[in-house]
Ligand binder design. Structure first.
Ligand SMILES: C[S@@+](CC[C@H](N)C(=O)[O-])C[C@H]1O[C@@H](n2cnc3c(N)ncnc32)[C@H](O)[C@@H]1O
Length: 261
């Protein structure tokens, strides 16, 4: 390799839950200057619309239970693009370090000697907390919050520390849990959480298509079963859900649309 070889760089950017207004200033600046964008399924069309027209777009999106582009190939793609001198924008939904496998991509880049920058994004639980009026913590209702994955490999049992999770003063933000909602609820109730603990399922959080569903733990599975498996769903379980002010939020959003219209 000649000393003049131009090394590329990978920007691992969190695109947030969908609303482009929730991008960080740094993320927006880098997206608007992008030449090559490698993006996931969860990056919203509104955010992809900010990518310059001439930029190369590579969709490595994974649908649930369908992995057209294995993680190893994504890692190899990033290394190969950057080795050719490209400045690569790697766009991921939410925050790259929250159930996003961002750390695996960073490990590969480090091994290959590729320089990189990680730009944080608003994770879906945070965006959804603001969109629904459900705080992640609240004095007297939740002293802490746990971010939990409800996903497990096909044919494997969900292996979570249920006793530790079943704390009535901890908010649970469950990512990728729609398909296992009934089992998650049963395990939490079995570990001591009350069956009438408030729960919320939010589909397409912070997007124009957002749906909010309110229920209790014992009905979580039924509500989840009625949701579209192709759209992202975040489940929040805990007493803080009682603070949701869905009506006020919808009115505020409608007023904002009129104001912008
Ligand atoms: C692979 S994880 C990626 C999480 C992402 N890195 C983050 O910080 O939000 C995908 C899961 O995140 C949740 N999720 C991401 N965006 C969402 C959204 N806009 N609305 C609801 N859930 C979302 C869903 O549970 C989805 O199955």
């Amino acid at each position: 390799m000649s000393a003049l070889h131009v090394q590329g760089h990978v920007y691992l950017i969190g695109a947030g839950p969908g609303d482009p207004d929730l991008l960080t200033v740094r993320a927006l600046r880098l997206i608007e200057q992008a030449e090559v964008v490698v993006h996931d399924r969860l990056v919203s069309p509104e955010i992809m619309a900010l990518v310059p027209e001439g930029a190369q777009r590579i969709d490595v999106g994974k649908a649930p239970d369908h992995h057209p582009f294995p993680q190893a190939n994504i890692n190899a793609l990033l290394v190969s693009l950057a080795s050719r001198g490209s400045k690569v924008v790697r766009l991921k939904g939410g925050d790259p370090y929250m159930f996003g496998r961002g750390s695996e991509e960073v490990a590969e880049l480090r091994t290959a000697g590729i320089s990189y920058t990680v730009v944080p994004g608003i994770t879906s639980a945070q965006g959804i907390a603001s969109a629904t009026g459900v705080p992640l913590t609240h004095r007297g209702l939740a002293t802490g919050v746990r971010f939990v994955t409800g996903h497990c490999r096909a044919g494997h049992e969900l292996d979570l520390a249920w006793a530790g999770l079943a704390d009535p003063e901890t908010t649970l933000a469950v990512y990728m849990g729609r398909g296992h909602a009934a089992e998650i609820a049963a395990r939490l109730i079995g570990a001591g959480l009350p069956a009438d603990m408030p729960a919320m399922l939010v589909v397409d959080g912070t997007r124009a298509s957002e749906e909010q569903h309110f229920t209790t733990l014992d009905h979580l599975g039924e509500v989840a079963a009625g949701l579209d498996a192709k759209r992202p769903v975040l489940m929040m379980i805990g007493q803080v859900v009682t603070l949701a002010d869905a009506l006020a939020v919808r009115e505020a959003a409608a007023l904002e649309r009129v104001g912008h219209g």
